[in-house]
Design a binder for this molecule. Structure first.
Ligand SMILES: [Zn+2]
Length: 308
């Protein structure tokens, strides 16, 4: 039987990406939901692949039919916060509650089923966030980013003038060199499973589509060869990986973002190549269907029954 690999997509709009570069107040152009997502559905459908889509709830609410279509096609819809605040780790309790707990209930109503997973904006995680994730009742969180690139990414966000990114570099250091395999997080508000982004040895490069545009293909393929030894494989797309500079009217301020200047056909071909070659030897599933998540739920139910 093929080993499992989990596929996830961060559904960040062009306006959200632009905020990451310090451009605020940009109206969303609709490209991600109206063009990128349908292209993903076509490709995944053609390959018989299902994935987890992390949506920002206030965006998803504008596209209820598309969200229903994702569910209908067997994909998992999970929560990427209510409004994607870049400074989520510094929000006060009531704002944090809205972004994590209230967001889950709104999204569950939209999808018609309990939302199981959470991923925090810009890979930020802290004890306060973990408490709130447990309180919300998520089964799993998929934010941990156990790679030295976390330090670079957070530094880059801070440099672009995003006030409110974590100042606690010591804690970030611990996360960057933290556990690479799934682990149980216990908080006084409950437990959940943490599913880190899987990383490629020996440099702990996150296995993540944006980096494919930044690394020489030979290096990338060499590192992918080491995946089998890790025994835990997840892969991350961003929805903008399915937009092309030649076919879509992309805001020019986003063009410096990795991969954004490439033509659509090439990007679609590269996405297909990752799914059929690098991940060709795996059974690709949404994060909630990884055996480790299923097992932890069964254990949890047994424990609850034993206590009842
Ligand atoms: Zn995001």
């Amino acid at each position: 039987m093929k080993p499992y690999a989990a596929l996830s997509v961060d559904v960040d709009t062009v306006a959200t990406h632009l905020q990451g570069y310090g451009y605020w107040g940009v109206r969303d152009d609709g490209l991600v939901y109206e063009r990128a997502l349908p292209r993903m559905l076509d490709l995944f459908g053609a390959l018989g692949i299902r994935a987890t889509f992390f949506v920002v709830v206030e965006d998803a609410l504008r596209y209820p039919d598309l969200i229903r279509e994702l569910i209908h096609q067997g994909h998992e819809v999970a929560c990427h916060s209510l409004t994607h605040p870049f400074k989520i780790s510094r929000l006060n309790e009531s704002h944090l509650y809205d972004e994590i707990v209230y967001a889950r209930s709104v999204l569950s109503q939209l999808t018609g089923q309990p939302v199981l997973g959470f991923r925090s904006p810009s890979w930020q995680l802290s004890e306060r966030l973990m408490g709130m994730i447990a309180e919300a009742g998520y089964w799993y969180d998929a934010t941990a980013y156990p790679s030295p690139l976390l330090l670079l990414a957070q530094f880059e966000i801070a440099r672009r003038g995003q006030k409110g990114t974590p100042r606690e570099w010591g804690k970030l250091w611990n996360q960057a060199f933290g556990q690479r395999m799934p682990y149980l997080v216990r908080t006084d508000r409950g437990d959940f499973l943490e599913l880190p982004v899987s990383t490629l040895t020996p440099l702990r490069i996150p296995f993540y589509h944006t980096l494919r545009w930044m690394l020489p293909r030979s290096l990338w393929r060499w590192m992918c060869g080491g995946l089998r030894q890790t025994g835990y494989v997840t892969y991350v797309f961003h929805a903008v990986d399915f937009l092309g500079a030649d076919t879509d009217p992309i805001d020019r301020r986003l063009l410096p973002h990795p991969g954004m200047r490439l033509p659509l056909q090439y990007k679609l071909q590269e996405a297909r190549r990752v799914l059929t070659e690098e991940l060709g030897a795996y059974r690709i599933v949404p994060l909630s269907e990884l055996p480790t998540v299923q097992l932890s739920r069964i254990r949890e139910q047994l424990r609850a029954e034993a206590m009842a």
